[in-house]
Ligand binder design. Structure first.
Ligand SMILES: [Zn+2]
Length: 87
């Protein structure tokens, strides 16, 4: 992942990541995962500035059923995304 590469390079250089990473990649990261209802791939935009723990509900673009999206970041900025059926 390009963003991860930038982050690691900045970390190794001793720079604060916020100052080193490109502005265009600062706000949103695209993450693709399977819908828990129909299994089709969905693309989610994850806002890295919105906190290390995030959760929201988004409708599947294929079957339109609601998906509970839970996002966490590890200490290195890696993404941990969990998709579950929402009612
Ligand atoms: Zn679906």
């Amino acid at each position: 992942m390009r963003w991860r590469h930038w982050y690691e390079a900045a970390r190794l250089a001793g720079c604060p990541p916020a100052a080193a990473r490109p502005a265009m990649m600062e706000l949103l990261t695209e993450w693709v995962g399977p819908c828990p209802h129909c299994g089709q791939s969905n693309s989610f935009e994850i806002d890295r500035t919105a906190g290390r723990r995030q959760a929201w509900i988004e409708d599947c673009w294929v079957c339109c059923r609601p998906i509970q999206v839970a996002v966490g970041f590890d200490a290195h900025g890696g993404l941990d995304v969990v998709l579950a059926p929402a009612q």
